[in-house]
Ligand binder design. Structure first.
Ligand SMILES: NC(=O)c1ccc[n+]([C@@H]2O[C@H](COP(=O)([O-])OP(=O)(O)OC[C@H]3O[C@@H](n4cnc5c(N)ncnc54)[C@H](O)[C@@H]3O)[C@@H](O)[C@H]2O)c1
Ligand SMILES: Nc1ncnc2c1ncn2[C@@H]1O[C@H](COP(=O)(O)OP(=O)(O)OP(=O)(O)O)[C@@H](O)[C@H]1O
Length: 526
């Protein structure tokens, strides 16, 4: 008989004794003795409760094991989904690239848009596309796949190269599972005699130089603003008359300008989504007139590649807007004729998966955001309860008002208000910022840009959750639904007034009054 069975047997015996004693008391035959015996029997009954506790402990342990197994299954599922998302992303970007090439070939070379955009694309790839994969010399510091030779040959060979016990040669390759997505081929890690170094700093300050003068400009303007409308019509005239530029505007603006003056007959627009999808093949430059919301709006018009954006400030904060509208002639003149620096602002592509437990396949087009995707509790008065995974790893459960998954550009927007760090827009990362977490230890995180995040509303969640994209387009997420997001291959290139860092620091100083404090007086304690 096992120890547990013995404990159970004792327990039964004591229960029987206790029951018998209480029966005697009820019959009234041996009242005083029986009540004492009953009390003793009751006390005697207590130890077996410890035995029952042991069973409870055993049961709890078993439940923990089951919980662990379930979590492992969920992690496995998240890994598979992340991998599927990555493959889909690769497939879509290749498909889009092919479609873009195909479209341009059909159009022919007469307008040279294809050549210009392809050249621009190659420029935007940090001008490092020609790196040789295997034969890297190590001099330029861009080694995507460099092999350490067993023996160093060539004129620089030193006598101590032949020391016995030389380090074993190895390779560096990108991606956590080998060359997983090829995103990081152009990062700067050099590799000399087995010592990994990043001494060569990445030069991500990117310059854009036109091969030939730009021909087409798209205007995106804040609605319902007289000053914006007036400036738009003035700039359109100036661009047409002084630079012979073709102008595209949104359908709403086209109507407004035509009502104002038939002079604007030359302006082009689009009639449907299909036409809008080909805009990036026709437009060299986007000019935005408004605040940050207008830049977000302009970005949202492009589900794939985006032409460079020159943003003119006509809002109140204008964090992402370096160009003063009063000096538009000088600013636009420079951008159209000279090389200029750009900030490549990464965007997040988001997929909502309904009842993710059943349906593992992502459907529909991704939603692209420049700032962030937010998952909050909406109207619900319950805490949001969200399970979060990063690639195949469980991150945490969010219990609070919600979660912000932000780009570095969005780090100064909602994420900042929720306690996240401000991050320079060229830093490759994704911010993971909780909103009012009901926990003392939930600090915001910054994750690397190559991960895929999955946020799922578990089936035992009390309430619904709501996802919103750059503060717009709210989508309800029920128990079992999930949101998957990763960095999109299509960033938003924004023209800088000076350069990426100077513009960023100007914005946090002037826009957010960062660390503004009166200087201490000199006449303090010695
Ligand atoms: N509590 C908050 O701070 C809060 C709440 C909701 C939304 N937002 C932000 O508003 C954005 C939508 O902007 P909108 O103009 O359409 O809405 P809006 O008109 O409500 O303006 C939001 C404010 O955020 C500023 N802003 C937007 N993007 C920014 C950025 N990247 N860096 C610094 N400031 C930025 C804008 O200049 C504006 O002052 C959302 O993406 C979200 O980040 C912030
Ligand atoms: N072309 C557009 N079409 C439709 N809506 C737009 C367009 N441009 C901007 N918006 C919307 O108009 C709102 C206000 O725009 P924006 O943020 O640019 O101006 P603002 O509020 O005056 O500036 P700031 O955000 O600097 O205070 C935003 O919600 C934005 O999404």
């Amino acid at each position: 008989m096992s120890a547990d069975e013995a404990a159970l047997k004792t327990c039964h015996e004591r229960i029987n004794l206790s029951v018998a004693a209480s029966h005697q008391a009820e019959n009234g035959s041996v009242t005083t003795v029986s009540s004492k015996e009953s009390e003793e029997a009751t006390y005697a009954f207590l130890p077996p409760i410890e035995s029952t506790d042991a069973h409870l402990h055993e049961f709890a342990e078993a439940m923990r094991t089951v919980g662990k197994a379930l979590r492992q299954v969920a992690e496995g599922k998240a890994a598979a989904q992340a991998e599927a998302a990555e493959w889909k992303r690769k497939y879509e970007s290749e498909k889009a690239a092919k479609a873009h090439t195909h479209h341009s070939v059909i159009k022919g070379c007469s307008n040279c848009v294809k050549d210009k955009l392809e050249h621009l694309a190659s420029k935007l790839t940090l001008e490092t596309a020609s790196v040789d994969e295997t034969g890297c010399c190590g001099n330029h510091g861009i080694c995507s796949r460099q092999i350490l030779q067993d023996q160093c040959t060539g004129p620089n060979r030193k006598s101590d190269d032949r020391i016995v016990g030389r380090k074993v040669p190895f390779r560096l390759s990108w991606g956590s599972n080998g060359d997983k997505n090829g995103q990081h081929k152009h990062d700067f890690v050099s590799f000399e005699k087995g010592d990994i170094t990043t001494a060569e700093r990445s030069n991500k300050q990117i310059f854009l130089k036109w091969d030939s003068p730009p021909q087409t400009v798209l205007f995106v303007t804040k609605p319902n603003s007289n000053s914006v409308h007036a400036l738009c019509s003035e700039m359109v005239r100036w661009l047409k008359e002084h630079n012979n530029i073709n102008i595209f505007v949104e359908p709403r603006v086209s109507k407004e300008l035509l009502i104002e003056d038939s002079y604007f007959n030359f302006i082009q627009t689009w009639d449907n989504d299909q036409e809008m999808k080909t805009l990036h093949t026709k437009v060299d430059l986007i000019v935005t007139l408004g605040g940050d919301g207008t830049v977000l709006w302009a970005a949202s018009l492009f589900k794939g590649p985006v032409p460079p954006v020159v943003a003119f400030s006509l809002g109140s904060l204008g964090f992402m807007i370096p160009f003063p509208s009063e000096q538009y002639r000088e600013c636009l003149g420079n951008v159209l004729k000279r090389p200029f620096t750009i900030t490549l602002r990464s965007r997040l592509q988001c997929h909502v998966i309904r009842d993710a437990a059943k349906d593992e396949v992502e459907t529909g087009e991704p939603i692209l955001v420049l700032n962030e995707v937010t998952i909050d509790r909406g109207m619900s008065s319950y805490l949001t309860y969200l399970e979060c995974y990063c690639d195949s790893s469980f991150v945490t459960c969010v219990q609070g008002d919600g979660l912000i998954i932000s780009t570095t550009s969005g780090s100064t927007a909602y994420s900042l208000a929720a306690g996240g760090s401000m991050v320079h827009p060229q830093v490759p990362g994704i911010l993971f910022t909780p909103i009012c977490p009901h926990s003392l230890s939930f600090r915001p995180l910054i994750l690397p840009e190559y991960v895929t995040l999955r946020v799922q509303v578990p089936f035992n969640s009390r309430g619904q959750a709501w996802a919103s994209f750059d503060g717009k387009g709210r989508i309800q997420l029920g128990p079992g639904d999930a949101l998957i997001c990763s960095v999109s291959p299509w960033p938003l290139p924004t023209a800088c007034l000076v350069d990426s860092t100077t513009d960023f620091l100007r914005s946090i100083h002037e826009g957010l009054h960062w660390n503004l404090r009166k200087s201490q007086a000199l006449d303090g304690p010695a």
